[in-house]
Design a protein around this ligand. Structure first.
Ligand code: PEP
Ligand code: MN
Length: 342
C-alpha cells in the first residue's frame, strides 16, 4: 500500500501518517519525491486489516490518495503461488497440459436421458459428465431439477461409465449430499457471492468449479475464489460463462474471453470456459468453444442433449451428440496447435 501526500501537505501531516502506520504495527517508509511525498507500507498487511487501513489512511489530513500495490486475494493470486495449480480429481488433471472437457445436459431429466448423453460425451472424449439436479432458473415456474433423485442418477451413471461428475449445489445445507454424490461441486453464476455457500463448499474440501457472476468484475470473481480457498478447499477451478450483454438480440450473454488470459496471468487456478451459457445459442457454441481453448482455457464445459428440442432446460444452447463429436474433433486440432492435448 502506498500513501501519496498532497503537494501542500505539511511535515506534521506526513509524520502523522507515518505514526498511524506504525501504530498498526506496520513499517512505514518515507519516499520523498519532487513535488509529493509518498509513504510506503513496507510490511505485509494482514488481509483483514487491508480495508480498514485503506479507509483510515485515505481520511487523514494532507493525504491525496492511497493505492494498493498487492492484490487483495493472497491465496488465489500468483504473487504468492507462482506455479499453476493442477487439480487432480480421481486421476483426471485439470490445469495441466491436457485440456479437460466437461459435457452433458443442462438438467438431469431421466436415467435414459443421462445415460444416453453420458455414453456419447464419454465416447467423444469428455472426461467429466455435467448435469444439474438443482437448477437456478430465470423463472421460478420453470423446471428446477430432480433434486436428490437427480444426484442419485448422476452417481449411478458416472460409476457405470467410469466418468467423473460435476453438478450444481445451491444451498449450504445441501453441500454434504452433493459432495457425496458428485466428484465436483459447481457454484453457479447466481451464487458466486453467496458467502454461506462458499464457506460450506470450502469447508467440504471437495473440488469446486466456481462460475463467474454475470456482472462480476474479475476482482470480485477472484475474491469469491479466495473465500473457497480460505475455508479449506485447494481444488478450486474458475469458470467464465459470459457476462451481461449489451445486446440480447442474438446472444444470451457475452462470453468474456478477455477474462481467460487475464485470469491466467493473475491466478494460478485452472480456468474453464462455458460457451453454452456464454452464447445461449447452440450454433455459436462450437466457435466459442474453439476460441476458449485458443485463448488459453484449461478446459470447457458444454451442454449436450440427445434431443435439444425437447430438453427441459437450455435446449436452445445444447449441442446434439453429433455436433458435440464434431466439435471435439475441432478442439483436438486447436489443442494440438497449442502444444496441448484433449
Ligand atoms: C448451468 O451450468 O446449467 C448453469 C445454470 O450455469 P450458470 O450458473 O453459469 O448460469
Ligand atoms: Mn444450463
Amino acid at each position: 500500500m502506498m500513501v501519496l501526500m498532497g503537494a501542500d501537505a505539511t511535515p506534521e501531516q506526513v509524520d502523522d501518517v507515518m505514526a498511524q502506520i506504525v501504530a498498526q504495527r506496520l513499517q512505514a517508509l518515507r519516499l520523498p519525491g519532487d513535488e509529493h511525498i509518498a509513504i510506503g507500507v513496507a510490511s505485509a498487511i494482514p488481509p483483514e486489516q487491508r480495508d480498514s487501513l485503506y479507509q483510515l489512511l485515505s481520511s487523514l489530513p494532507g493525504v491525496d490518495h492511497v493505492v494498493h500495490i498487492s492484490r487483495p486475494y493472497k491465496l488465489a493470486s500468483r504473487e504468492f503461488h507462482r506455479v499453476d495449480t493442477v487439480v487432480n480429481v480421481k486421476g483426471v488433471e485439470i490445469g495441466g497440459t491436457r485440456c479437460v472437457v466437461m459435457a452433458g445436459p443442462c438438467s438431469i431429466e431421466s436415467r435414459e436421458q443421462l445415460f444416453a448423453t453420458a455414453t456419447v460425451v464419454k465416447a467423444a472424449g469428455a472426461k467429466v459428465l455435467r448435469g444439474g439436479a438443482y437448477k437456478p432458473r430465470t423463472s421460478p415456474y420453470a423446471f428446477q431439477g430432480l433434486g436428490v433423485e437427480g444426484l442419485k442418477l448422476l452417481k449411478e451413471v458416472g460409476d457405470a461409465l467410469g466418468i467423473l461428475t460435476v453438478t450444481e449445489v445451491m444451498a449450504p445445507e445441501d453441500v454434504p449430499a452433493v459432495a457425496a454424490y458428485a466428484d465436483i461441486l459447481q457454484i453457479g453464476a447466481r451464487n458466486m457471492q453467496n458467502y454461506p455457500l462458499l464457506i460450506a463448499a470450502g469447508r467440504s474440501g471437495h473440488p469446486t468449479l466456481l462460475k463467474r457472476g454475470p456482472s462480476a468484475s474479475l476482482d470480485e470473481f477472484l475474491l469469491a475464489s479466495e473465500y473457497l480457498l480460505h475455508h479449506g478447499t485447494q481444488a478450486v477451478m474458475l469458470c467464465e460463462r459470459g457476462v451481461h450483454p449489451l445486446d440480447r438480440t442474438y446472444t444470451r450473454n457475452t462470453l468474456d474471453l478477455n477474462a481467460v488470459p487475464a485470469l491466467k496471468q493473475i491466478t494460478h487456478l485452472p480456468v474453464i470456459v462455458d460457451p453454452s451459457h456464454g452464447t445461449g445459442v447452440a450454433r455459436y457454441v462450437p466457435a466459442m468453444a474453439r476460441a476458449g481453448l485458443a485463448a488459453g482455457a484449461d478446459g470447457l464445459i458444454i451442454e449436450v442433449h440427445p434431443s435439444p428440442k425437447t430438453a427441459l432446460s437450455d435446449g436452445a444452447q445444447s449441442l446434439t451428440p453429433e455436433q458435440f463429436a464434431t466439435t471435439m474433433e475441432e478442439l483436438r486440432r486447436i489443442a494440438a496447435a497449442l502444444d496441448r492435448s484433449l
